[in-house]
Design a protein. Structure first.
Length: 193
């Protein structure tokens, strides 16, 4: 119904932005990544939107890019994932990381996002695996991710690092470094801890 809006950014909140379109101020819920790149209040923004209709509420959810919105709408098709959990996913992981995690069945990556448990992550993979493709250049098979890397990612996220930071650090750990403790130590060294 409302596919895209363009207007002046009039407010930036914790979970949403307000976009002035004509004489209307539209509250649009957006991923955290949008809020950090949208520019200052007063700048012109364009959002691809999804109108979520419930019996007691109409809410606009927006994304900067069409592919991000398409993934958001695919996520909404999974039972147990509502718009706020969908935004949480897009705030924690990039579109390519979500697609790759689904295509390569990386449950720990998905379940590390707030609001996503192991069951929901498995359900996402089951329902969306055929609808998303692995991103070229990223791991294409779950077996390529070393078994202990799952534990290392969990340890790093417990220490306060994001999933993206943990994965980036692990990509810089040589494959010949084996064992959870050694890989964790090498990842922490890369992160400068």
């Amino acid at each position: 119904m409302i596919a895209r809006i363009e207007g002046r950014l009039s407010a930036i909140g914790d979970k949403a932005v307000v976009v002035q379109v004509g004489g209307l101020g539209l509250r649009v819920y957006v991923p955290d990544t949008f809020k950090t790149h949208c520019g200052p209040v007063g700048s012109t923004v364009t959002l691809h939107t999804h109108l979520h209709v419930r019996e007691d509420e109409l809410a606009l959810y927006g994304c900067a890019a069409e592919d991000e919105l398409h993934l958001f709408e695919l996520l909404l098709g999974v039972s147990g994932i509502g718009p706020r959990v969908g935004l949480s996913l897009l705030s924690s992981l990039s579109v390519d990381e979500i697609r790759n995690a689904i295509a390569t069945e990386q449950v720990p990556v998905l379940s590390s996002v707030p609001g996503i448990g192991t069951k929901t992550a498995k359900k996402m993979i089951l329902e969306l695996k055929d609808k998303v493709e692995a991103v070229a250049g990223m791991s294409s098979a779950p077996s390529e991710m070393l078994e202990q890397d799952t534990e290392v990612i969990a340890a790093l996220t417990t220490l306060g690092y994001s999933v993206v930071e943990a994965q980036s650090a692990l990509q810089h750990v040589p494959a010949d470094v084996q064992g959870v403790e050694e890989r964790l130590r090498a990842a922490l060294a890369y992160l400068g801890a």
